[in-house]
Write a protein that binds this ligand. Structure first.
Ligand code: ADP
Ligand code: MG
Length: 457
């Protein structure tokens, strides 16, 4: 085709998107990247979400050596249109070029799973050669093929891409549900009311003048299932769930963390309805008086700005935080519109401890196991402490098994012994919490703690 003729045609119909794309591709093929890019920008000016134009732009950026910018845009595209095979394929190529063979592999698999037609044996071979291998079945253009593989990582698809791009813990594991979290009926109900229902029925909530959005903070003693509950919430909802370990954000260079935080929020906004989970939020939201570095303050201010959604709307984005040390969280975080809904995650009560024992007993060889006994003997234990009881008892069974050279099941007796050995860990937390609750209980922040301690009705 004649480029000059097409350009004339374009002058006659400057808003013809297929024509713009075609001419852009021709420029690209001649390595006239700037021209190609200008044309794609024109498409995007007409239709900002045009997937082919966005993909083309990412490809041009990559060709021009602006790889990280290409990756950012590509990831945004993949989250906006997760079934776009060609985007995953390009992501795979870039990952391979960047030496991230495993990621390249994950994206490649994703692309081919979406559309067999994009299978590219050459690319796959290059990925395998670069170490993105293991033993499992992959789809090639010739059909399924067995290859070596490592165990599947915790990341998949878009989560993997974004996780690595943002260099963060970004696990989105929808593999557990509320049923895997023992007890805590009240907390689950709170989460249903504050997170799940608003996301599922935004219209209904709107009718009552409520928006799906805003922040919920889980707080309580360590090991009592805050992180677990957040993950289970991901399993309960259909929305995208992003989980961010803040220590990763904090490790970054000054100024860069703010940028990353902004990108995280942008991603969640694009993916709305979505849940953005910040675990161990005290690491970031440390009381500003404790902050010696200005970098910390910059990051906190950035976080507050993102929470307020002043630059971009947070509608449909629920922000979930968790902390063991709410007293280290800057009060500014708790203002209306920010983390204004608090959920106290208490240590498990006796029925909950039975339930947790049952959950941790799943799939283990046990004799004389009575969850009620474990529940009774574990007053003051956190869920993690109960897990430790099972680990301890299992170790004992194992060492006996090795001595005898035969399988020895974990017995009720071993569990009872382990209950004595493992020390309950939640009391210490309450010692601190009690002081804050009694003497620094601004706006009733710690009312639930006082109620739990029987100091308030
Ligand atoms: N309610 C629970 N049901 C089942 N397991 C629990 C429960 N609470 C805690 N656990 C166990 O303890 C571990 C640590 O809990 P986690 O959610 O990380 O606590 P937190 O985030 O509150 O410090 C979990 O991975 C789980 O194995
Ligand atoms: Mg945790």
């Amino acid at each position: 085709m004649d480029l000059a003729a097409l350009k004339l045609a374009l002058e006659a119909s400057p808003h013809n998107i297929p024509l713009l794309l075609l001419v852009a591709k021709m420029h690209e093929d001649q390595y006239e990247l700037a021209e190609a890019r200008a044309l794609l920008e024109r498409v995007l000016a007409i239709d900002a979400a045009h997937a082919d134009a966005l993909l083309g732009l990412a490809r041009l950026l990559d060709l021009a050596g602006e790889t990280s910018e290409a990756v950012v845009r590509l990831d945004a595209l993949c989250s906006m249109k997760p079934d776009f095979a060609a985007a995953w394929l390009l992501r795979s190529r870039i990952a391979l070029d960047e030496g991230e063979a495993q990621l390249a592999r994950e994206c490649y698999d994703k692309a081919v799973a979406l559309d067999r037609a994009v299978a590219d044996d050459e690319l796959l071979q290059a990925i395998l050669k670069a170490g993105g291998g293991g033993r499992r079945t992959v789809m090639t253009s010739a059909g399924p093929m067995e290859v070596d593989d490592d165990e599947d990582g915790p990341f998949s698809g878009m989560d993997a891409v974004t996780a690595r791009e943002l260099d963060l813990e970004f696990r989105v594991r929808a593999d557990i549900r509320f049923g895997d979290v023992g007890g805590m009926e009240k907390v689950k109900e709170d989460i249903r009311m504050k997170i799940i229902h608003p996301l599922k029925n935004p219209d209904l909530f709107a009718a009552y003048g409520k928006k799906a959005g805003g922040g919920v903070m889980l707080y309580g003693p360590p090991g009592c299932g805050k992180t677990l509950l957040a993950r289970a919430t991901a399993g309960e909802i259909q929305a995208s769930f992003f989980s961010i370990g803040l220590h990763h954000v904090l490790d970054m260079y000054i100024g860069e963390s703010e940028q990353k935080l902004h990108k995280i929020f942008e991603l969640a906004r694009k993916a709305a309805p979505s849940v953005l989970f910040f675990d161990e939020i005290d690491a970031l939201a440390a009381d500003r008086r404790d902050m010696r570095q200005s970098a910390g303050r910059g990051l906190i201010n950035q976080f507050l700005e993102e929470l307020d959604g002043s630059r971009a709307s947070n509608e449909g984005v629920l922000i979930l935080g968790a902390t063991n040390a709410p007293w280290h969280v800057d009060g500014a975080f708790m203002r209306p519109g920010r983390f204004d809904r608090l959920i106290f995650v208490p240590p498990p009560d006796e029925p909950a401890r039975q339930e947790i024992a049952r959950i941790h007993a799943r799939g283990k060889p046990l004799v004389d196991f009575d969850p009620a006994v474990v529940g009774k003997k574990t007053e003051g234990f956190s869920g993690a402490d109960i897990m430790a009881v099972f680990e301890q008892a299992t170790e004992q069974a194992l060492s006996e098994a090795m001595r005898k050279g035969a399988v020895v099941p974990v017995s009720g007796k071993m569990l009872a012994a382990a209950c004595k050995e493992v020390k309950p860990s939640t009391r210490k937390w309450f010692e601190s919490a009690k002081n804050y609750a009694l003497y620094a209980n601004q706006s009733g922040f710690y009312d639930d703690v006082l109620i739990y301690l029987g100091l308030k009705k």
